[in-house]
Design a protein around this ligand. Structure first.
Ligand SMILES: Cc1ncc(COP(=O)(O)O)c(C=O)c1O
Length: 413
């Protein structure tokens, strides 16, 4: 069996291999698991800060006025949020529900630092959201009408849909925008209707929002550029109609590498593209990633509770399950699993790594080349800081996982 590469593709400052053992934030991962118990998320808050500073710096470098926000749906761990608040005080929040708005307020963000972009909001949702004073982007005409009835004269953002998405797969398609209609965003030809509704309720449209990305890397920037070109046209039409647009919020969807063949997103090119299309509009430029900010900021640790051969297949059973690690199962995201005490050890045979949920598909890997493993070992899932803990379900009454946050990399190694 082929040897694993000596330096795994995901190694970076803060997530390293030290004498063959996995370390996070300068600490030995297995030791952290023994101290805090498993299943366990371990957060490297400095990674969030690095990513946030990189985004903010890239936008400033091209002369834009940045508004960088974290998509709370990706990660809402209180200790991590507290650390991030301290490390990068400029980082705002993107919320998508009344619950997330309340969570952001409770965890120290001020209303003006919170941007709220939800979908299919009910009157009850609006009654909880509007009085808080957060910035609200509406995504359909019906929602604009509803906001107008409840809060005449309010300032609102309009989410638009430029009918093109940016993703890793390319082709101008994403979950959120493309040739087929999605449930998100007002189309360009609906602008007269949106303006009529706004006038009727004296609403002031001061923000344009788009979220068309889905894990895009540098190759996806051309599609993003076309989306921005179309949105800039929409912004101009709104400005001509008298809307005092102060911000274009470009949503999230920025990707991070998920395997050895992927290179990080070229942030300078990304920022240059935003500057080309949005710079001339004289607006602040928002970005609100989840994955880009937090995916690389956590590992998940689980103890091996079973090693047993069944009909020739070696099963490795973990004390965790898909209920606390759902991203791989829901979005098909690749999952990188390593043995903490022997990260680059030679694989001895393929294994099937299974969880503790009573469902046959609770399998983290099949036929995965793996080093020799024993019951009691600790296995880590790498780069699982987004859409995992935050999507924990109560299935089998097993969740949630524990968590620990390190705000520095001053471990004892
Ligand atoms: C409106 C909006 N903004 C931001 C995000 C964050 O996306 P990502 O984690 O891909 O950056 C999402 C994700 O669904 C979203 O719907």
């Amino acid at each position: 069996m082929a040897e694993r590469a000596r330096t795994p593709w995901w190694v970076r400052p803060g997530l390293e291999v030290h004498e063959g053992r996995l370390t996070i934030a300068g600490r030995d991962a297995e030791a952290v698991a023994r101290e805090h118990g498993t299943p366990l998320y371990v957060h490297d808050a400095e990674r969030v800060a690095e990513q946030a500073r990189a985004l903010e710096g890239a936008l400033r470098a091209v002369g834009l006025s940045p508004r960088v926000r974290l998509a709370l749906k990706a990660q809402r761990d209180p200790d991590l949020l507290a650390a991030v608040r301290r490390l990068v005080p400029f980082l705002g929040i993107d919320a998508c529900s009344p619950g997330e708005v309340a969570w952001a307020l409770e965890h120290g963000w001020a209303p003006e630092e919170i941007s709220m972009t939800g979908t299919n909001l009910s009157d009850r949702d609006l009654d909880r959201i509007l009085p808080t004073g957060v910035r609200v982007n509406v995504d359909l005409l019906s929602q604009l009408e509803r906001v107008g009835r409840r809060a005449p004269g309010a300032h609102v953002g309009l989410r638009v849909n430029p009918r093109i998405g940016a993703s890793k797969a390319g082709g101008g398609e994403s979950f959120y925008a493309g040739r087929r209609p999605t449930k998100f965003g007002v189309f360009a030809e609906q602008l007269p209707d949106a303006l009529a509704i706004a006038r009727r309720h004296r609403l002031v449209i001061d923000t344009v929002h788009l979220h068309v990305g889905d894990g895009y890397l540098t190759e996806g920037l051309n599609d993003l550029g076309e989306a921005l070109r179309r949105v800039a046209g929409i912004v101009r039409r709104l400005q001509e109609a008298g809307c005092p647009i102060v911000e274009v919020n470009t949503g999230g969807g920025l990707g991070v590498p998920e395997g050895p063949d992927e290179a990080p997103l070229d942030l300078d090119r990304w920022a240059a593209m935003l500057a080309e299309h949005l710079g001339p509009l004289g607006v602040a430029v928002g970005t609100e990633p989840g994955d880009f900010l937090v995916k690389e900021a956590a590992i998940h640790l689980a103890e091996v509770v079973t090693v047993e051969r069944r009909d020739g297949v070696l099963f490795v059973g973990l004390d965790t399950g898909w209920n606390v690690m759902g991203e791989h199962f829901i979005y098909g995201a690749p999952l990188e699993l390593v043995l903490c005490r022997d990260v680059v050890g030679p694989p001895v045979e393929p294994v099937t790594i299974a969880g503790n949920i009573n469902e046959g598909n609770d399998l983290f890997a099949e036929d995965l080349p793996f080093p020799a493993v024993q019951e009691g070992d600790v296995v880590a899932a790498i780069n699982v800081g987004s859409y995992n803990a935050s999507m924990t379900s109560a299935h089998c009454l097993r969740g949630p996982a524990r968590s620990v946050t390190f705000a520095d990399r001053g471990g004892d190694l």
